[in-house]
Design a protein around this ligand. Structure first.
Ligand code: HPA
Length: 268
């Protein structure tokens, strides 16, 4: 596995001749940040040896390399979800490749359902902790000691300084932005009413189907992580509302400018 990670990282380096400081993973409907990037090159996932190919509607499936403000970034427009049938090893493969490309800082975004009673559709939430409810973990199996320890610490997966900085930027811009806990589930079903209530009860503010495996793999390798959710729907409230992927994408697209503005300022 390590050989494949190295080969893919070498391939990308050779094609792009580019050193990125930050890796950015853009979630469903959240590709707009790409428009703020001074693009130097891009690679579709299908052209990268060893890469899975994203299949979900709303996920473009390419790596974009360029500058966001003064910062060199490698942006993944589209990610690999466990519910698509990829193994956890495949889901986190690009994160490991980024590490091998010399990237040590990771920013991730996602669309999520909100359970916190103070949240509204379209709000942002900076993730300061998570609950992994996926049926498995990307680190199960042989541990690669060159990547990280067998039993990695997860007491603070998200970088406290970046959280503080992002919150200050959001407040200054009058953007509704919470700080809270993301619960990761496998999907692909959205939650039942009872599941949303359960998730709220165990301390989650939002729920989604991504991000946590990537953060686990990144923390395993000692990468700094920052992640943000857009609340695209609400669950576990007395007035029951249906959720659809179309609605999730629509809200994500609309709220995306707020998230992009915060990330752009963080890296400027
Ligand atoms: N649940 C799980 N994943 C999601 C949701 C949700 O309500 N909204 C967007 N992604």
């Amino acid at each position: 596995m390590l050989d494949q990670i190295q080969r893919t990282a070498d391939f990308i380096k050779e094609k792009t001749n580019f050193d990125a400081e930050y890796g950015i993973v853009l979630g469903s409907g959240l590709g707009g940040l790409v428009n703020k990037i001074e693009k130097l090159s891009e690679l579709s996932y299908s052209s990268i040896p060893g890469f899975p190919e994203s299949t979900v509607h709303g996920h473009a499936g390419k790596f974009i390399f360029g500058k966001l403000g003064k910062t060199n970034v490698a942006v993944m427009a589209g990610r690999f979800h466990f519910y698509e049938g990829w193994t956890m090893e495949q889901v986190v493969f690009p994160i490991r490749v980024m590490k091998y490309m010399g990237i040590n800082k990771l920013i991730l975004s996602n669309a999520a359902g909100g359970m916190n009673i103070n949240f509204q559709v379209g709000d942002l939430m900076i993730i300061d902790d998570h609950i992994n409810l996926m049926p498995t973990n990307p680190l199960i199996g042989k541990n690669y000691d060159t990547l990280g320890p067998r039993f990695p610490d997860m007491s603070a997966p998200y970088d406290a300084d970046l959280i503080k900085q992002a919150k200050a930027i959001a407040d200054a811009k009058n953007i509704r932005c919470h700080i809270g806990v993301y619960a990761a589930v496998s999907g692909p079903c959205f939650e039942t009413r009872a599941e949303y209530k359960y998730l709220r009860t165990i301390g989650a503010d939002v729920v989604g189907m991504s991000t946590v495996p990537e953060v686990i793999a990144a923390r395993h390798m000692g990468m700094n992580c920052f992640a943000m959710s857009i609340v695209t729907d609400l669950g576990g409230f007395p007035d029951v509302q249906t959720v659809s992927h179309e609605e999730v994408l629509k809200v994500a697209n609309e709220a995306e400018v707020k998230m992009s503005a915060i990330v752009a300022e963080m890296l400027s």
